[in-house]
Design a protein around this ligand. Structure first.
Ligand code: KMH
Ligand code: ZN
Length: 304
């Protein structure tokens, strides 16, 4: 029997979209973030995508000092691939966003492939009680905020981080972002294989219909041929359906509380590890195997 394809699971453990009042399970302190990362890795995630937060308020904190409080423990207690955000939070400057990856030179950093509207305000309908005022304004302000990732910004991130051997999780929220990535490939500023994270279901980006998923795949196939590794991320309740349909079509998958707080209709996920276990069941149910961190390093051609 032929060996089955290995699927790389990324887990994004906290992010900057959800806020502490939305779920008691969202990791906030350095210890909670480290525990979540290690737990997700033990459950089968090969790559851990990381943001940091202020431990008192839960507000996104993009200072290298905040990352320093959990990175050593994660590295000590797990072999996972560390992926540091350069997205930070939508209101931060690009220089602020790039700080932690510049200091820690991770194997992977996220890189958002275009400017866009990033509508978080629909969550005001579901979540009404907030412990901290910043949580409400964070959602409210997204009505009039551009998540800035200009061509100059993208080039700056690529040139600043590539020297440290960092490779990228190219976050593509719409078809145009794939063309932006193809532009940087043409200019020789990115290396193959490209790790393309196609993002579905952010208000301002492409939707979550199976046709949307297939359109992103077909476009990436045409632009990059076999010089890319496809991964998917579905926001909110679309997380598992998107993971399932795309894994069956050859994708790697990303889960985690950054992308969805849910473990089913109206049921909060108890942990990041719980979402990893669920997606792992789906992957193995499809007759596929999950990639270990070592295998993920090989698949994504990381520095190791
Ligand atoms: N929050 C995700 C939809 C980043 O950190 O660079 C995308 C993300 C952005 O992970
Ligand atoms: Zn992120």
């Amino acid at each position: 029997m032929a060996k089955s394809r290995k699927v790389v699971i990324t887990c994004a453990v906290t992010g900057a979209i959800h806020t502490p009042s939305m779920s008691p399970h969202l990791p906030v302190t350095a210890d909670e973030i480290a525990d979540a990362a290690i737990g997700a890795a033990e459950a089968g995630a090969a790559v851990i995508h990381l943001h940091a937060r202020d431990p008192e308020t839960g507000k996104p904190d993009q200072s290298p000092e905040a990352f320093k409080k959990f990175l050593p423990r994660i590295k000590q207690q797990s072999d996972c691939v560390v992926n540091i955000t350069t997205g930070g939070a939508p209101n931060m400057t690009v220089d602020e966003r790039i700080g932690p990856a510049k200091v820690f030179k991770p194997e992977v950093a996220s890189l958002n492939m275009g400017s866009m509207n990033f509508g978080l305000f629909p969550m005001l309908g579901r979540f009404k009680e907030f412990k901290h005022e910043w949580e409400r304004t964070h959602l409210e302000n997204s009505r009039d905020l551009i998540f800035r990732n200009t061509f100059k910004d993208i080039e700056y991130v690529l040139k600043t981080l590539s020297d440290g051997g960092t490779r990228f999780e190219f976050e593509c929220y719409d078809v145009g972002h794939l063309y932006n990535l193809a532009h940087f490939l043409d200019r020789g500023l990115v290396k193959t294989p490209l790790f393309v994270q196609t993002v579905f279901g952010i208000l301002g980006g492409i939707g979550t219909h199976p046709e949307d998923v297939m359109h992103m795949k077909r476009t990436a196939d045409r632009l990059f041929g076999d010089a890319y590794r496809w991964s998917v991320l579905g926001a909110g309740r679309n997380q598992m359906p998107i993971a399932a349909m795309a894994a069956a079509q050859g994708a790697n998958v990303r889960v985690g509380l950054e992308d969805s707080l849910w473990d089913g209709p109206g049921k909060l996920a108890a942990s990041n590890a719980a979402q990893v276990r669920r997606v792992r069941m789906i992957i193995e149910g499809l007759g596929l195997e999950i990639a270990s961190p070592t295998e993920a390093r090989e698949i994504l051609a990381l520095k190791g």
